[in-house]
Design a protein around this ligand. Structure first.
Ligand SMILES: NC(=O)N[C@@H](CC(=O)O)C(=O)O
Ligand SMILES: [Zn+2]
Ligand SMILES: [Zn+2]
Length: 437
């Protein structure tokens, strides 16, 4: 099966200008990219992309799909459909499932379900410790052989420095990155929002920034001699950015990701104690937010990842102190970032796309993230002019927990192609609101 995409605009890799281009997809690969390809092949389906922007398929290195175990919040089927609607073709899913993704069996189950769902490429992470309890290391060699792309106990921090050091040694031996949820329980436990102005106004227990930064600093020191690739999840605090910057300047293999919500919101923006604004790490101070933007611009922070964390409406209605941490992100990330970073002149379109495509692929060694002949046909077509309010009722994710409802944003993905197959087409209502479990 062939698809000929005509007249789409791509970023010129040299000038970063938008240039018009034709792309021929054959089977699952990009066969040809040229300024003009003839429309004379009767076997090729021709798709006109005039006026639309074509990006390499977006990559999200941090999502929670909740399967197995918490299928009421999300399934691999609903999560990958949400990914496709958000323009993502590759997503890496976190192991805080039930059972935890700490065994070859669970990894196989996730990969099989993802294959069946077919809407996005799913790359599983394996746990660092058995059941994410921080007591006993998993069999990382076996997990790697089964297909995990990194190890993490996301959802909880590794409290013991000794355990983290051993984990780094083992991960390094088998060639897996250590992806760290940085959180010191002795500082964070019991808190529900950042230890700042909002917490004091509403007399809520705060989570101080150092709860994260202490782990970032500790882990950078531990990783220094081991030489493992150490990646910081959802970085949120100014001090953490500073520590990563310093480690990079010494040439250490440290990378970091930041979420759209930490880039766009701070604790002052929380209107009232409402769990739609509750996530881990919490929205921090204005100063922290500015440091994250600075870190993203100067390359200290490598990539943007959503930390898509769906929960049920009932769970999120339990209030700021009792509701679980987490917000969804897949279906709003690109338009939010395009509107609030690119259109406001904080990042260029090329910089934003780089942090959501080429860069995540590069740091995790994945063969995706660029448009090139011979690579898998992963593309996201975006209407940079379309402006619409975010409406959680239209989400394909089972999670509706977002603080961004009603935000009017531009730059909606209209067509997503993964491995040569259309996984999202805004114009096709059958694909848009199908009957999915
Ligand atoms: N980010 C969150 O607030 N929640 C995540 C866990 C995590 O990413 O640490 C979840 O699993 O719900
Ligand atoms: Zn986390
Ligand atoms: Zn997470």
């Amino acid at each position: 099966m062939k698809k000929l995409l005509k007249n789409g605009c791509v970023l010129d890799p040299v000038s970063d200008d938008l240039i018009e281009i034709d792309i021929l997809i054959e089977g699952t690969y990009i066969k040809k990219i040229d300024t003009h390809l003839p429309v004379n092949d009767p076997d090729a389906e021709v798709i006109d992309l005039s006026g639309k922007f074509v990006s390499p398929g977006l990559i999200d290195m941090h999502v929670h799909f909740r399967e197995p175990g918490f299928e009421k919040k999300e399934t691999i089927a609903s999560g990958t459909r949400a990914a496709a609607r958000g323009g993502f073709t590759t997503v890496a899913c976190m192991p805080n499932t039930r059972p935890v993704t700490d065994s070859v069996e669970v990894v196989r189950e996730i990969l099989a379900k993802a294959e069946q769902a077919g809407c996005a490429r799913v790359l599983p992470y394996g746990a660092i410790t058995v059941r994410e309890l921080g007591q006993e290391l998993t069999d990382m060699a076996a997990l790697k052989a089964a297909g995990v792309i990194g190890v993490t106990d996301d959802g909880v921090g590794i409290q013991s420095s000794k355990m983290m050091k051993e984990a780094m040694r083992k991960a390094c031996q088998v060639g897996l990155p250590v992806v760290a949820h940085c959180e010191d329980d002795t500082l964070a436990k019991g808190g529900c929002v950042h230890d700042g102005t909002f917490a004091s106004r509403y007399h809520l227990q705060g989570i101080p920034s150092e709860a994260e930064s202490i782990h970032v600093g500790r882990d950078i020191l531990l990783a220094e001699d081991i030489g493992v690739h150490y990646h910081v999840c959802h970085i949120s605090a100014e001090q953490s950015v500073r520590l990563v910057r310093e480690a990079k300047s010494r040439g250490q293999k440290v990378t970091a990701e930041v979420t759209p919500h930490h880039l766009l919101l701070c604790d002052e923006d929380i209107p009232e104690p409402n769990a739609l604004w509750k996530m881990n790490p919490p929205l921090r101070s204005r100063k922290d937010r500015e440091a994250l933007i600075e870190g993203l611009k100067d390359g200290t922070i490598d990539i943007i990842a959503t930390d898509h964390a769906p929960h049920t409406a009932a769970e999120k209605a339990m209030g700021m102190e009792r509701a679980p941490f987490g917000i969804v992100g897949l279906e709003t990330a690109f338009p939010l970032l395009y509107t609030h970073l690119v259109l406001k002149g904080v990042l260029t379109l090329a910089e934003l796309i780089d942090k959501m495509t080429r860069k995540p692929a590069q740091i995790f060694g994945l063969p995706y993230g660029v448009l090139a002949e011979g690579l898998p046909a992963d593309l996201t077509v975006i209407d940079l002019e379309e402006e619409r309010a975010i409406d959680p009722d239209t989400f394909l994710s089972k999670g509706r927990n977002t603080p961004f409802a009603g935000w009017k944003v531009k730059g909606w993905p209209v067509l997503t192609i993964m491995n040569g197959n259309i996984t999202w087409n805004q114009a096709d209502t059958a694909l848009t609101f199908g009957d999915f479990e």
